[in-house]
Design a protein around this ligand. Structure first.
Ligand code: GLN
Length: 238
């Protein structure tokens, strides 16, 4: 068994430990005897057809600007992959750009690629701090947020969860993240996957299920350290 993980813009889009999500995916595959190959996508390169998991992290407004043109070029391929149920995780900066647009505090609009039905406009204050959310499919998720963007969801996405600590999408509707097919968008850095192994395993299981064409039960891993890290994060003040 082998999974190909596409890492979007690892140089430009990598904040607050986002790269740790890739390490988590690779390790949790390796611990189960599944080979994982990471393909780093940088501007100008093509997207391979046989991608099993897509990950993209956060970035400052200026870095979002830097990748905007390339993202538009690869958008049709990314859309095709997401619509074909390829498990995808996008965090903060790329979460915003998977939507319609991100309008910065200066009023500059960075175009998104309309895969997720949402849009984002910068607010006056940055939303910063530790976050705990409740989700239907993954239980409690912990993470860290730092964004100016306020995201509003449309009809074609579901939220990832509801806020029990922190701000989430916009600080007022108590929603965090978005889901569409097997694509998950979220503001949570930290990074999110090491402390939320159920979410990491969802991405891996969905990828294997697509290959096998049937439901997969992943080999159980000892998550004592991961669960301890989760607990510590959950008890931190906002
Ligand atoms: N530039 C965006 C914002 O501040 C994204 C920040 C991030 O990725 N952490 O809203």
């Amino acid at each position: 068994m082998k999974l190909k993980i596409l890492h979007l813009y690892p140089k430009e889009m990598n904040l607050y430990g986002d790269h740790g999500n890739i390490l988590t995916l690779v390790k949790r595959c390796e611990w189960r005897g599944i080979r994982a190959e990471v393909i780093a996508h940088e501007p100008g390169e093509p997207i391979p057809n046989d991608v099993d998991i897509i990950f993209g992290g956060g970035g400052q407004d200026s870095n979002q600007n830097t990748i905007e043109d390339d993202l538009r070029k690869i958008a049709p391929k990314l859309k095709e992959l997401v619509e074909a149920d390829v498990p995808t995780l996008v965090v903060c900066g790329l979460y915003q750009l998977f939507g319609a647009y991100f309008q910065t505090a200066e009023g500059h609009k960075i175009d998104g690629i309309n895969i997720l039905d949402l849009y984002t406009v910068a607010g006056k204050n940055r939303l910063i701090g530790n976050v705990v959310i409740d989700t239907e499919d993954f239980g409690e998720i912990v993470g860290y947020e730092n964004h100016s963007g306020l995201t509003r969801l449309g009809q074609n996405v579901k939220p990832l969860g509801t806020i029990s600590k922190g701000y989430g999408n916009n600080g007022d509707d108590e929603l965090e993240g978005a889901r569409y097919h097997n694509c998950i968008g979220t503001y949570l850095h930290g990074p999110i996957l090491p402390k939320n192994p159920r979410l990491a395993d969802y991405l891996i299981a969905k990828a294997l299920e697509r290959q096998a064409g049937k439901p997969i039960k992943l080999e159980h891993l000892n998550d004592t350290a991961e669960n301890r890290a989760h607990k510590v994060a959950a008890t931190r003040p906002q």
